[in-house]
Write a protein that binds this ligand. Sequence first.
Ligand code: HEC
Ligand code: HEC
Length: 379
Amino acid sequence: MKTKFVCVVLFAGLLGLHACKKDAATALVRVPQLPEQTEKYAEVASGTFATGNLTINDHKATLGRVLFYETQLSVNNSVSCGSCHIQSKGFADIGAVSIGFGGGKTSRNTPSIANPATQTSYFWDMRENNLQNMVTQPIANHLEMGLEQPEYLVAKLKQLPYYEELFTKAYGSSEITTARIGDAMSQFVAALVSVNSKFDRNLAAGNTEFNELEAMGSDLFFNKLPCAGCHGGDNFAGWGSMAENIGLEEHYSDPGMPGNDWITGEERNGWFKVPSLRNIALTAPYMHDGRFNTLEEVVEFYNSGIQPHPQLSFILREGWNTGDQIENGFAPPSGGQPLRMNLTPVEKDALVAFLHTMTDDQLVTQTKYSNPFVLTSYE
Ligand code: HEC
Ligand code: HEC
């Protein structure tokens, strides 16, 4: 776990060692420490592309923040959403896979969360399309938190004194329901708005903020290479949401998105959600299985390593042409060989430098997105 605790008891201990020792031994509890003035989530989010149709309420998002970092949501009180979705890592995790409540491993890499309200499908295989269901899913039916019964979850939260006030402020009464839990958490998750990267500043300043290497990388990404054909839109996550096979393997062990290809009718294999590239420099390792440790490795894969999977996206085959494809609606060249980009070392560096411009320092440092819990003793 990457959460940081401020041990209030320890400070007290410096002043009166004897008393502290006794208190610390009897009852140490984890409680949220929130500012008197409710944090502003709605303000930052409104007027940007990043909130979709969702209206954010500061009290609901505040409750959602507490729930996001609440380890009591897991069956043995050890794991919270924030254990795997780590703020300083763009709300992704540091391992190829993440560790759940009983030491169990997730089957896929933990994705970062940024501007989720702009998306219409969630998870690597796109199995969920509703943000509220999606945020309660990790609790309800993932191995990672171990709580199968939503009623049990409600009963657990009722035991915790600080929720009464938080639910009342958010919903007008202290009643705890799974619907409210899902709603509040989705408000916080939707408030994970990332619009303050160098990329955004450069765009706002009419292309004057990038250095030479970043500008070269941007030109490669948007014009010379097919990257933006998939990582398009404000969130670099595909237009709305899309899944593609990028030829990581010739035969995928994880089949990815279920169902049949809508063009050929074949059963899909190796189709995964096009992930957002926001904060990508912070979210290593990469891909659904965390196989690449660095952005350099990812770029080298696209440059020279794409495999000839029968369902490889036509966009990553030789013969693809942005202009023709988009302007004239040409049929995709079928059966083309995997694209070889033949990038020079400088071009590879430029792509990596460009990917680094997507880091949003505010999202990953602001207190309002951080773990509010501190360890303290009972009064
Ligand atoms: C043990 C680690 C772990 C915990 C705890 C966890 N997650 Fe996740 N989260 C994952 C993994 C792994 C995935 C991807 C799973 C997949 O695609 O099959 C994921 C996916 C997501 C996504 C989808 C992102 C996208 O763009 O598709 C969101 C949002 C999310 N989690 C939010 C949450 C919330 C909210 C909680 C707490 C209720 C939570 N997670 C708890 C590991 C975790
Ligand atoms: C055909 C669509 C497509 C194209 C074109 C494409 N990507 Fe991707 N990209 C994806 C998909 C899908 C994934 C996730 C694949 C997986 O995990 O199996 C991905 C993953 C990535 C990741 C890792 C993301 C993460 O969170 O782990 C990076 C970085 C990336 N792409 C950058 C690029 C760059 C740079 C280019 C251009 C050279 C590019 N992509 C071209 C679809 C595409």
